[in-house]
Design a protein around this ligand. Structure first.
Ligand code: 2RA
Length: 329
């Protein structure tokens, strides 16, 4: 019997990419597209079949085996119990359950063994966290990262279709409305993603430390993160400094990354070869370059690098579909 997979939040940027990833990765399944009443009736194509979006209700999951969640937190907290009540296992891209101890948080290249610990929900990490950890994983295994200082340059797609539309509209007309961000994003940078706490640290900035600690099973990891919205469509870029337990070697680090799962080494600065968002857009690998020793650290245990990855793909949809692949294999 063919499995039935539901995409919940099917008409958003991530939901649409999930559909495309399922098709690219040849999922021979029945697909159910669920969204709000205002999207019900829209028709999409999957494996050359027309699929009509249905309204998400409590009874949407009777005939579903697995669900991919691409909704905001509040809605996820509402519909996921409906799905679990019908025995449906959910891979959720919202941040609602990521830190719940009964919910595995997974990047398949890093901690696939955590998938089987699920109790009905597996959480997909935040896009900026996925891109950083895929870039760093081999280095962490070799040098054991103690502390990370990260600056992110996050694409407007992180705020969904509205974010993309704001940038495209404002580039045409600087007076076009700001619907996704507090200020114009065209020709601008906005050093805020999510609300700030009393320490002046944003919700997005806390995600990097909280989620990396959970997935690396490394509760002492220290992360200082600055998250900035930039006028780029789809790829997040990140400048990362790591302080390790062991002395680092740049050539070995390059070797580890070139052999790493999910990464491509783009590191020949003398020939202007380094990661850029235009290169990583609409593909699933994380590009890593600008790898260099931190000459200000006499212990030789610190290293800096720059990486880029597609926020909608590996940062969200592809990672979730890769988790689903592991679940049903
Ligand atoms: C953002 N990481 O970039 C958040 C959610 N995708 O807006």
């Amino acid at each position: 019997k063919k499995l039935t997979i539901a995409i919940v939040g099917a008409t958003g940027a991530v939901g649409q990419q999930m559909l495309q990833c399922l098709e690219e990765r040849q999922f021979d399944v029945n697909l159910k597209l669920l969204a709000s009443s205002r999207s019900a009736g829209k028709v999409f194509t999957f494996n050359n079949q027309k699929v009509t979006v249905k309204e998400l209700t409590e009874n949407s999951f009777d005939d579903v085996d697995y669900a991919l969640g691409a909704t905001e937190n509040d809605l996820a907290k509402k519909w996921i119990p409906w799905a679990n009540a019908k025995g449906v296992v959910v891979v959720d891209n919202s941040s609602a359950f990521r830190l719940d101890e009964n919910v595995p948080l997974v990047i398949p290249e890093i901690n696939p063994e955590d998938i089987k610990k699920h109790n009905g929900i597996i959480a997909n990490p935040n896009c900026a966290t996925i891109i950083a950890m895929v870039a760093l994983h081999e280095l962490h295994k070799e040098y054991h990262i103690k502390r990370m200082i990260v600056s992110t340059y996050q694409a407007v797609s992180g705020a969904g279709v509205k974010g993309i539309q704001d940038l495209e509209n404002q580039l045409k007309d600087p007076d076009a409305p700001c619907t996704a961000f507090p200020y114009p994003i065209a020709y601008n940078l906005i050093p805020q993603i999510g609300d700030f706490d009393e320490n002046g640290i944003s919700k997005e900035e806390w995600k990097m430390q909280n989620e990396a600690r959970k997935m690396w099973h490394h509760p002492d990891l220290l992360v200082n993160c600055t998250c900035v919205r930039v006028p780029i469509l789809r790829s997040h870029s990140e400048s990362i400094f790591i302080e390790c337990e062991k002395e680092v070697d740049v050539n070995q680090a390059r070797e580890l990354i070139s052999k790493g799962q999910g990464t491509i080494l783009k590191d020949d600065p003398q020939n202007k070869v380094y990661p850029m968002p235009l290169d990583t857009t609409d593909q699933d690998l994380v590009y890593v370059g600008r790898i260099r020793k931190d000459l200000t650290d006499p212990t030789g245990r610190s290293l800096a690098l720059f990486c880029c990855g597609d926020q909608i793909r590996k940062g969200a949809a592809t990672n979730a579909v890769q988790i689903l692949e592991k679940l049903i294999q």
